[in-house]
Design a protein around this ligand. Structure first.
Ligand code: PBG
Length: 341
């Protein structure tokens, strides 16, 4: 930093007499690579996958161009490809048939439900791929909420008891990481105790600690079939988009209760939260580039309005720059293939 005006007007050299020319470090590809601060690799990626019943079945999600719901045999094939591309883990989300949904989400506790069957099939075929399962009741409830509903209220403590049973059901099926996305108070501690008492000390918890009540989940709800059934909204349990300090309190609570990893969700609209969480706590912090974020990029690209490949990579490097250890993204296989090419 110099003073202005400079004491001695420059006499040597041409033009402005600048000491610092930041463009020197950008002059060529090798020079840019040399000073690059962050990198994106396949190790940064977690791939969320939608599971549907049946065999040899792939059903596109219209609001997520390029994303398909997959039957278990198809998932095993795709998961093998993901592992070969270097993706460390996948996250499973079920589409539950409407007749299996009820007020209490009892299908969540069925050890033959889609997620459990998928876990066993993937575990058998690909033992070295990380398996993440979502803990929340919304794929299984007739009202589409993440917890038990009493009139207009989502019951907290009663829901937590069911979530513990759901987590145990998933751990028994072979889940490596339990990811509670329900935003009930106290669920991380209760799940940790439940897992430990049942001998699952090695199973990790990736907590959706700062999960906002967001419009960007719309296409996901199409994919798992809850858009039409969801009664009201989730604002009494998911966070208010206006709040940042509250996210830090949520993260502190989940860490105190035993969370191994933290997630911030959605992603790009909440990069400030990603940065604050990763710098304040120094724990593995993940961001979820959710369905609506995917839809914006993939939809605009499909219309020829943006360069989809570049927008994909730029959006993902932004998470790394903000301090995320990794990203859950529907782009995972596409970007991993691009990085390998
Ligand atoms: C369910 C859950 C949601 C998402 C992940 N887990 C939806 C919601 O809370 O309504 C959204 C993911 C996405 O939009 O990609 N608890």
């Amino acid at each position: 930093m110099g003073s202005y005006p400079p004491a001695e007007p420059p006499t040597q050299g041409a033009g402005l007499g600048l000491v610092h020319r930041p463009r020197r470090n950008r002059k060529s590809d090798w020079a840019r690579r040399l000073v690059r601060e962050t990198t994106l690799t396949a190790d940064d990626l977690i791939w969320p996958v939608f599971v549907i019943p049946g065999e040899r079945t792939r059903v596109p999600v219209p609001s997520m161009p390029g994303v398909e719901r997959l039957s278990i045999d198809e998932i095993v094939r795709e998961a093998e490809r993901a592992r070969d591309l270097g993706i460390p883990a996948i996250a499973l989300f079920p589409f539950t048939e409407p007749e299996l949904r009820d007020a209490t989400g009892s299908e969540a506790l069925n050890d033959q439900n889609l997620v459990c069957k998928a876990c066993r099939a993937i575990r058998r075929a690909i033992p070295d791929l990380g398996l993440i399962t979502d803990v929340a009741l919304d794929p299984y409830t007739s009202h589409g909420h993440d917890g038990l509903l009493d009139d207009e209220q989502i019951l907290n403590d009663e829901t937590v008891a069911v979530l513990v049973a759901q987590a145990l059901n998933q751990a028994r099926a072979g889940a490596d990481i339990i990811a509670p996305s329900d935003m009930m108070d106290g669920r991380v501690g209760a799940i940790r105790r439940g897992l430990d008492e049942a001998g699952f000390q090695h199973v990790q918890i990736m907590s959706y600690a700062a999960k906002y009540a967001s419009a960007f989940y719309g296409p996901f709800r199409d994919a798992i079939g809850t858009s039409a059934t969801l009664k009201g909204d989730k604002r009494t349990y998911q966070m208010d988009p206006a709040n940042g300090a509250e996210a830090l309190r949520e993260v502190a609570l989940d860490l105190a209760q035993g969370a191994d990893m933290i997630m911030v969700k959605p992603g790009l609209p909440y990069l400030d939260i990603v940065q604050r969480v990763s710098s304040e706590f120094g724990v593995p912090t993940f961001a979820y580039q959710v369905s609506g974020e995917y839809a914006m990029i993939a939809g605009a690209a499909r219309n020829g309005w943006i360069d989809g490949e570049r927008a994909m990579v730029e959006s993902l490097i932004a998470f790394k720059r903000a301090g995320a250890r990794g990203v859950l993204t529907y782009f995972a296989p596409a970007v991993a293939a691009l990085l390998k090419a």
